[in-house]
Design a protein around this ligand. Structure first.
Ligand SMILES: *Cc1c(COP(=O)(O)O)cnc(C)c1O
Length: 225
């Protein structure tokens, strides 16, 4: 764990920006070390790994967990009981399943809508029209009463070209501003989760309220799908 980086981030990050420590593929000991430095918000991307870490972290009850990976509807029970925020909601089908789970369990689930901003077609996320459609149904038809919509999440194009990354971040920030004007009744729709280890500074300049930082804090991950 890069203690100096974590300390520097915690000192320098403006107070309105949440530092989300992405602990996926790292052991619980790494989380403990970050916890000892005062870090409280962690994110995981695989349901099984989230569930097992939550169970092993009972002695750190004030931890907050975010889920940031692709979530299949048959894995909700491994994620929704534990996640304070699901950042990676990327399909209508998943939203419908979360609403159903929330209704059945008497819970209201906090989510971010993942927006497709990258150049790669393969990246997941909603297009602007789909997000508009969802929020019209939320505000006009009172759709999804068991979901609290907290804002947008996005991942920039996979490139070293900072101008492209800045363009992606600017696009999602402008869209968030537009949605807030259009739906002022959605008072909690204000989070903008953009920025990772390599581009968080640019994301902050572009209006991020949540940076998701993994490798800069915990080092390289051993393997990834
Ligand atoms: C892994 C991951 C991160 C962290 O990436 P780093 O480059 O290690 O900081 C952030 N967001 C998502 C959605 C991820 O899957």
């Amino acid at each position: 764990m890069n203690r100096d980086f974590l300390r520097k981030m915690k000192e320098q990050l403006p107070p309105q920006i949440t530092l989300v420590a992405v602990s996926k593929f790292h052991p619980l000991e790494a989380i403990r070390e970050a916890y000892a430095e005062g870090q409280r918000v962690f994110a995981e991307s695989r349901p099984q790994e989230l569930m097992s870490k939550v169970e092993q972290a009972q002695d750190m009850p004030d931890l907050q967990w975010h889920f940031i990976g692709h979530l299949q509807t048959n894995k909700l029970k491994m994620v929704l009981p534990y996640a304070d925020l699901v950042q990676s909601v990327d399909s209508q089908r998943l939203l419908d399943a979360i609403e159903k789970w929330g209704r059945e369990h008497g819970r209201r689930i906090n989510v971010l809508l993942e927006m497709h901003v990258a150049l790669e077609e393969s990246k997941q996320g909603f297009y602007e029209e789909e997000i508009l459609d969802i929020l019209f149904r939320v505000t006009q038809d009172k759709a999804y009463p068991h979901i609290c919509f907290k804002g947008l999440m996005g991942m920039a194009s996979h490139t070293d070209d900072m101008e492209q990354i800045r363009a992606d971040f600017t696009r999602i920030k402008s869209f968030l501003d537009y949605l807030q004007d259009l739906f002022p009744e959605l008072e909690s729709f204000k989070e903008l989760s953009i920025g990772m280890s390599d581009d968080y500074q640019c994301a902050i300049e572009c209006g991020s309220t949540m940076v998701r930082i993994g490798s800069a804090i915990f080092g390289e991950r051993n393997y990834e799908k």
